[in-house]
Design a protein around this ligand. Sequence first.
Ligand code: AMP
Length: 433
Amino acid sequence: MKLNFQSPKGVPDILPQDQKYWDFVSNIVQKRCQAFGFDKIGLPIFEDIGLFQKGTGINSDIVQKEMYEVKRLSDEPDEDHIRYALRPEFTPGIARAYLEHGMQIRPQPVKLFAYGPVFRHDKPQKGRYRQFYQFNMEVLGAKDPLIDSLLLLLIWQIYADLGLKNEITLEINNIGCKKCQPKIRKELISLLEPLESKLCPTCQSRIYTNPLRVLDCKNKSCQSIVHTLPHLIDFICADCKKYFMNTLEYLDELKVPYDLNPFLVRGIDYYTSTTFEVKDNADPNKLTSLGGGGRYDNLLALYGGHDIAAIGFAAGMDRIIEKIKTLEIKVPSESKTDIFIIQIGAKAKKLALNLIADFTQKNYAVSCAVGKDTLSSQLKAANKVKAKYALIIGQREIIDKTVIVKNMTEATQDTIELAELEKYLNIKLNAGN
Ligand code: AMP
């Protein structure tokens, strides 16, 4: 069949049979975040393009190549003359909301989490989409190694709850602060300049615009050059070194396992100090990232705030779910149908309609098989949706004012008077039978 429309490239549908995975991940994130005192925040899907240009960074691939602009079809200019972009990540929106809603006056730090779709024009392939989903945690308004290590504990607990504890490696680094980063850049430029001809074209162009990014180039020959360079820990200032050591000490105390990666530099411009990434152990080259984050102590100043320190983390939910599926991790898939109504005959059909109206009103999940009239075909349909109870109404039941209630998991059944039906089901369904 030739269809007129398909979902856009790199924008997969999330089908009903996959919803249980999404519920599983978002329930764990929500539960864990709340245990750590994070509040949920909802943000616009599109924002002022400048928010990302200034924050994510004009030199980042995300802004330069991957961001989608949102335009109205009309030629009439908008009253505010602002250009908008679909959010390619959450952090800039959360930083904006923190400032816009005066969250500086709340007890600090403010801890927020969010999840939902983000948009980047990536090359579509498995694990790489143009609309994908992230969950995101941010701690704004304070800087302390304790905050960094507790955020990493939260992240570690989430992956453990997801069943991925042995599947991931938490890599960590410190890329310096506002004070030492200009010096680090200078040092790196002088080290990289003589090696320029041996680097890939992207790294060649980055030597002067963003030399830190050369350190995490995925190109093998760039990596072999980079690995001969001194480690960032040798360049960062004494304060950053102390901060890093304290963070690692606390992680040891919390028994959060980590690997030091002296070349870990994330692809977003605002990062400073602590940076980290969750790598997929199944990838021997450790290039597949299941999540990443770090401090961004200078971002809020760019948005008009003053020196407000912050740290955050974002994970790719699509990739995590693919991993859960590959590993065949069992996720809860509760039956959504409490009651399946089976009717035989015209009078039974009318009673069925009334029961559907009654029980849905009382918030039970009710289903029936439209267009199927035999008992066996309707029972088959009840089995297919994994209904907890089937109510069977035939001619005999209409005459007797009764209903047969079949427990679908135990394959037992009772005949119940219509007047007693609600009470009976109430007890059974609420007892979890
Ligand atoms: P980032 O915001 O770039 O730090 O990415 C955070 C996480 O989002 C990554 O670790 C990936 O798991 C996920 N991610 C990034 N880009 C994509 C993409 N195009 N498709 C699916 N997941 C992605």
